[in-house]
Design a protein around this ligand. Structure first.
Ligand SMILES: [Zn+2]
Length: 975
């Protein structure tokens, strides 16, 4: 189809059109004249199509209105009057992405699918939701998603409840996320960015239904919207649909939603915020210090790229001078930075973690003096070049796994389009790289440092300080507030609240009628492929080593994965394997200092990563394959250089630089702590699996709490333990880097395979040819039912067991059960009624099974929900259409499109786990043929699984102590 600038297509006038080579797309900008909507289109070969609609939604307080509205418009609409169309789509569409996001200045609704019909269905539901939501009809929606008073009996305590209320309590309970959310507030206090768009739990109860509706009326109009289409599709057909079904019914209006620019400060402003720690914890070394700068506008494309590079140069490479200076001064254990360019005035932050509030001035001084010195003496040009190369590699690769490419581009274009500038601005980057490269020697980055940091008074210093008992105090405050409110209520009003609580519960518990549910469009089983995609697997033998080669278009990138068998490592050394993975590549080798090594890696490759992995076999949790994995990505022309670097690292790393090792360990410990606060559900789940599975125990030892404990202890007793650590690391090198048991995965274009084989010997020559027997590990598996206590305000409640041990085989039908439990049973009971952010379940091929709640305000109530699941299954009633929906949703999860890198990883995984194409096909057929009776038949299995009473909870200390009779032992996580 040929489009002409100036012509009108279904109400859309084409304003601009061009080819953007860097993203392989023809891009077009349209204006819908009647409604005032804008539409940007990226037409290309990608079959993973993306649509999104975004509204400019600047908040005017911290009640979280934009965020609550984002949740609420997905709770039913004119054409789709069911309670949660979003969930219906999650259950039963072929979406490859479906979500919604609230940012500081915009709210975005993206969908993606590879199936044309499905794609149109998703667009239809999303457009109807944003323009015609049921929020006007049902005040229950704001109550459920935002906040409400809960009172079941007059004698009960009055409580606040609500999905977003709880979500934000959880989100703001980790210090890192508090910090990240506050950075922009400190620099842009007089703009919408000065508010918490997600909602501050203390402010959320100020939101009224009236303001809520007025906000929707004002901002959710086509004239304030930004539509986006991406991929291989019939553009004209899409325009016709959007116009005919929606936009033609709106008249353009003028919406005042422009984002104002914050006036620059005259001098640096200082802020201090507290975050909670427990009474047992030490306040020492627990502060975060952050120095922040407002740097120009996000609509300056060169600056936008250059600042991202500058952050990397200063802080993110092991050779980064500012990072070295800060670590060297002992100011903190972890140093990092952030460049937030998704707002009108981007913010550059320099952050140290595990510091002390009193060292604020010293921190500022070290930063400024280091930067002054760098400006005076010049930056290391090799480091600068390396970072520019790495950034270029990342842009070329555009691997945003697990997100669709189009989704990431849709966000990127908003960084200019939302502020009334050209949406293409940040998509074409080659000319910028060329320009920056040409100016490096003319003090390009030194000038940036001078202008945007040293001479920039629009800056802030933010100190995030630990405070004992803060959580308890805040809780008490809310309780008192609610007590006061209750005390002032008349008997009449109390009755009314009780009535309202009941009404809301009733409304939540009333299922949608099936005639309403049928309004949600869906595919039929015959639209689903009977056979799954077969991934090309070729197992070859090269120089005595197994090589899994996968040839596909990779844009000239070669992905290499070296998987070393670690079964020769004695049990007591297991937690040292992840330690080794954290140290390799970061310490000096015979021929390179660690700084040089780090520069070489960025200069020539897209990254070399070391990690530990465990692959469980099917049907038996006691058989598993632990590996040490080295993953590298590189342009084909630089392959040899990458393999040289890998061989240098595995063959010639030294562990004598004790100071360096200490720095790495401090940083690893700090990162592990962040992981525990961010992924509490994963820690709880791993711990749970270790109660009944050997594979789970191994996994827990190397990536769970056990590993964290080791690293915390090493950090604490470093001087006493360093000799032993060095010895152990040396030992591991000999036990792991052997040719025996090595599996190599390589994903590349056909022509590049030969050159890979030709230089493989570079790595092989460093490997020992010793054959060592596999160690037999023995783990004590028993249900410890621990309560893992932290200062979070929420819980992660995990329960499960192994069904194969109980005599139930694995079947694809369990994947359908997973979909059903996630979007029906667990969703209703744990999220909708319980107020948790969500809950997941897993049924693995080796029989391991778990359910885990996410950011859950409850504890024993959630365990009860798990215990009662068998009842739900026994009474499982569902019509044909609903069942089909769950089957489609299950298949869509299995068929998610993979990037070349991810395909390679999947092939390796299947090979090591001995999963064949036939196994996968059998699983698929089991899924496709699932019936209501199959689900009922799983009730007994679920009953027996839960009867084992194997559970683990990570979360709020007080809450766990209140329920201490439930636990085998109580464990302080950060002791
Ligand atoms: Zn949310």
């Amino acid at each position: 189809m040929y489009f002409k600038i100036g012509d009108k297509y279904h109400g859309f006038r084409l304003i601009d059109e061009k080819n953007v080579r860097e993203v392989n797309s023809k891009v077009m900008l349209f204006q819908h004249e009647k409604s005032g909507a804008r539409l940007f289109c990226m037409e290309n070969e990608d079959d993973n199509k993306v649509f999104s609609i975004t509204f400019r939604t600047p908040p005017k307080d911290s009640t979280g209105l934009p965020h609550i509205l984002e949740h609420s418009v997905l709770c039913g609409s004119r054409k789709f009057p069911v309670k949660e169309p979003f969930i219906e789509l999650m259950k039963g569409s072929l979406n490859t992405f479906l979500n919604a996001f609230t940012f500081g200045d915009k709210t975005m609704y993206p969908v993606a699918s590879r199936n044309d019909k499905d794609f149109e269905n998703l667009m239809d539901v999303y457009l109807d939701s944003v323009f015609y939501p049921n929020i006007y009809k049902y005040p229950e929606i704001l109550k459920q998603e935002g906040w409400h008073y809960e009172l079941e009996e007059a004698s009960d305590e009055l409580k606040y409840k609500g999905v977003v209320y709880n979500e934000m309590k959880g989100a703001l309970s980790s210090p890192e996320s508090v910090l990240m959310r506050k950075l922009q507030e400190t620099l842009l206090p007089d703009t919408p960015y000065g508010y918490e768009s997600g909602g501050d739990p203390e402010m959320i109860p100020n939101l009224t239904q009236k303001e809520f509706l007025a906000f929707h009326k004002k901002y959710y109009h086509p004239s304030n919207s930004y539509l986006f289409l991406y991929g291989n599709m019939d553009i004209l057909g899409r325009l016709k649909f959007i116009d005919g079904a929606y936009l033609k019914d709106f008249e353009a209006i003028s919406v005042d939603s422009a984002i104002p620019v914050q006036k620059a400060f005259d001098s640096m402003r200082s802020y201090e915020i507290e975050y909670p720690i427990s009474f047992q914890e030490d306040e020492k070394d627990k502060a975060y210090l952050s120095l922040n700068y407002a740097v120009g506008l996000s609509t300056e494309p060169e600056l936008y790229q250059a600042m991202d590079m500058l952050l990397h140069i200063l802080l993110l490479n092991s050779a980064s001078p500012l990072k070295k200076a800060l670590v060297g001064a002992g100011l903190g254990k972890e140093v990092f930075g952030k460049y937030d360019s998704g707002i009108l005035q981007p913010v550059l932050s320099i952050i140290v973690k595990n510091s002390d509030a009193e060292r604020k001035e010293e921190f500022i001084k070290v930063v400024l003096e280091t930067l002054k010195k760098l400006v005076r003496d010049g930056l290391d040009s090799r480091l600068v070049e390396a970072v520019v190369n790495l950034k270029e590699f990342e842009m070329r690769e555009a691997d945003f796994e697990p997100y669709p490419k189009g989704l990431i581009y849709s966000m990127k274009i908003m960084d200019s389009w939302l502020y009334d500038k050209d949406p293409v601005m940040h998509l074409s980057y080659e000319y910028i790289f060329e320009k920056i490269r040409g100016s490096i020697k003319d003090r390009y980055f030194e000038n940036l440092i001078e202008k945007y940091i040293l001479n920039n008074s629009h800056s802030s210093i933010l100190v995030l300080k630990p405070k004992k008992g803060l959580l308890e105090a805040k809780d008490e405050e809310t309780k008192t507030k609610l007590k006061n409110i209750k005390a002032h209520l008349t008997n009449e009003q109390l009755k009314e609240l009780i009535e309202q609580t009941k009404e809301l519960r009733k409304w939540q518990n009333t299922p949608d009628t099936s005639d309403k549910l049928t309004l949600i469009p869906m595919l039929s089983i015959k639209d689903i492929d009977k056979t799954g995609e077969v991934l090309p697997q070729r197992v070859k033998e090269e120089a005595g080593v197994k090589v899994l080669a996968h040839h596909m278009f990779t844009n000239e990138i070669v992905y290499v994965n070296l998987l070393f068998d670690t079964t020769a490592v004695p049990q007591e050394l297991l937690p040292y394997i992840p330690l080794l993975s954290g140290i390799l590549g970061k310490v000096s080798t015979e021929n390179y200092s660690f700084e040089e090594l780090s520069k070489e890696i960025d200069m020539y490759t897209g990254g070399i990563k070391f990690s530990v992995q465990v692959y469980g076999e099917q049907n038996d949790e006691s058989i598993y394959h632990p590996v040490f994995s080295i993953k590298g990505r590189v342009l084909a022309g630089k392959l040899q250089r990458m393999l040289e670097l890998i061989s240098e690292i595995i063959g010639k790393s030294g562990f004598d630089d004790v100071k360096r090792i200490k720095e790495i360990i401090q940083e690893s410990k700090s990162k592990a702590e962040t992981k525990i606060s961010n992924d509490g559900y994963a820690i709880a789940c791993k711990r749970l699996l270790s109660y009944f599975s050997a594979e789970g125990s191994y996994m827990e030892t190397i990536t769970g709490l056990t590993y964290y404990r080791l690293i915390a202890d090493i950090e604490k007793n470093f001087e006493d333990r360093i000799e032993e650590i060095k010895r152990n690391l040396e030992k591991l090198i000999g036990l792991i880097f052997r040719k025996d048991g090595l599996v190599v995965g390589v994903t590349c274009e056909e022509d590049d395979y030969k050159s890979f084989i030709n230089c493989m010997d570079l790595v092989f020559k460093e490997l020992s040819s010793k054959n060592l027997p596999a160690v037999k590990y023995s783990f004590r598996t028993e249900s410890l039912n621990e309560g893992l206590m932290t200062q979070e305000t929420v819980q992660y409640v995990a329960q499960g067991y192994n069904f194969i041990k109980l005599g139930y085989p694995y079947t694809g039908k369990l994947q359908v059960l997973k979909t059903i439990s996630r979007y029906n049973y667990l969703w209703n009971r744990i999220r909708v009624q319980g107020g948790a952010y969500g809950a997941l379940s897993g049924f693995e091929k080796n029989g391991n099974m778990f359910m885990v709640s996410y950011r859950d305000p409850n504890l024993k109530e959630t365990l009860k929900v798990y215990d009662e699941m068998h009842d739900y299954l026994r009474n499982f009633q569902i019509d044909e259409r609903e069942m089909t929906k769950y089957i489609i949703g299950t298949i869509s999860r299995l068929d998610l499109p993979l990037t070349p890198f991810a395909k390679g990883e999947r092939i390796i995984e299947n090979y090591i786990r001995k999963i064949t194409t036939e196994d996968l096909q059998k699983e698929r057929e089991e899924i496709l043929s699932t019936s209501q009776a199959d689900m009922k038949a799983l009730a007994d299995m679920m009953f027996e699984l839960m009867k084992r009473q194997s559970y683990c909870v990570l979360g709020n200390e007080m809450k766990i102590k209140e329920n201490k009779e439930l636990f085998g032992s109580l464990v302080e996580v950060f002791a």
